[in-house]
Design a protein around this ligand. Structure first.
Ligand code: CA
Length: 235
């Protein structure tokens, strides 16, 4: 297996070294940068398989780096993990809205870092099924053509919005989707509902697909942000 290349920008040297050392010990190649500008410059020479971006940096910040990476044809599909300060919900939401795939809250453990990085690669290495295909996850089956959802072999009663919400979550499994993003994607820009609408539909979905909807195994709540379809532990 070829070694995946990771670019990380972080001006705190000890964190930079922590990331480099631990990812390299796990078989990844890592190039570290002290500033967003130098990382963006290097992307003109070679594009990595993953970016890990700190937010607070000298010069342009991590959000700006993220924005520029998403605007560039070469880098727009390369996954991005943001390093955010503890409990800063605004940073997490903004990062995800700008196109980051995940975030890691500082201070973080080595175990968490590796888990997040592995999850990202597991995801990008799994091709998304096309519209006409059948998506299976655990005991849930979605037939996109027929717009039908089955739990085991039982057909579930599912209105269109719930169906679309489930499909969006499952196609992005492992990725945190903010309430605002879900609202925009499923209900559209013109919808002036509150993000509570999303919560209500998630509740209906859980009642249908979860074995125990008060202790959901599929749809996780990510506090203060939104939801994530669990990609762990289920084939
Ligand atoms: Ca920093």
């Amino acid at each position: 297996m070829s070694k995946e290349l990771v670019y990380t920008v972080e001006d705190e040297i000890h964190i930079q070294q922590l990331i480099k050392y631990n990812l390299e010990s796990n078989g990844y190649r890592v190039i570290t940068f002290d500033s967003g500008e130098s990382l963006l410059r290097e992307c003109k020479n070679a594009v990595p398989d993953l970016f890990i971006l700190d937010i607070m940096l000298p010069g342009i910040d991590g959000f700006e780096v993220c924005r520029q990476l998403r605007q560039n044809v070469q880098t727009k599909n390369v996954p991005i993990i943001m390093l955010t300060a503890k409990n800063d919900e605004f940073d997490k939401v903004l990062g995800l809205e700008l196109g980051a795939d995940d975030y890691i809250t500082k201070p973080f453990s080595v175990r968490e870092l590796l888990a997040r990085v592995k999850a990202i690669f597991r995801r990008v290495n799994t091709a998304l099924p096309s519209e006409s295909e059948i998506i299976k996850h655990g005991n849930i089956t979605i037939d996109c053509t027929r717009r039908e959802v089955y739990k085991d072999s039982n057909l579930l009663e599912m209105p269109l919005k719930e169906f679309e919400l489930l499909k969006l979550l499952i196609l992005n499994k492992g990725k945190v989707l903010s309430r605002d993003l879900l609202l925009e994607k499923i209900w559209g820009f013109d919808y002036y509902g509150e993000t509570r609408t999303v919560d209500v539909h998630i509740r209906y979905l859980r009642q249908k697909i979860e074995d125990d909807d008060s202790n959901p195994a599929y749809i996780e709540t990510v506090r203060g942000i939104g939801y994530r379809f669990n990609d762990k532990g289920v084939k």
